[in-house]
Design a protein around this ligand. Sequence first.
Ligand code: ZN
Length: 139
Amino acid sequence: MNIDSIQNGVVIDHITAGQGMKLYHLLKLDETDLSVAIIRNVVSRKMGKKDIIKIDADIPVNLDVIAYVDPGATVNIIRNGALVEKRQMELPETLTDVLVCKNPRCITSTEQELKHIFRLTDRENKVYRCIYCETKAGI
Ligand code: ZN
């Protein structure tokens, strides 16, 4: 793919340098056969260095994941070679099936079909807690 000229796809820009690979895995892009480019340590006037992910397919990306890992990122939707939407991220109130509760006594570790849901309890410090057992999330 020509990474500079996506016709239809998603460009995740302004990713904090070093977070690109983590996002790539959390968005489960490694499990797809889509054409994806991760550009690391791009020199940015605003950020010093940044990572960029370009997905050469118009697929829905999980914005909650991006907002959680890197609230400063921007998501650009490109259709027919033109930027049609630019989305700023904001920490989501809840995260569903993004994080896994690490508490072995949590109901989610015995009830496999339960969704792993975490609620934002402290926006300033970006603290999420399991809604079942209150365990703090860590990634
Ligand atoms: Zn839990």
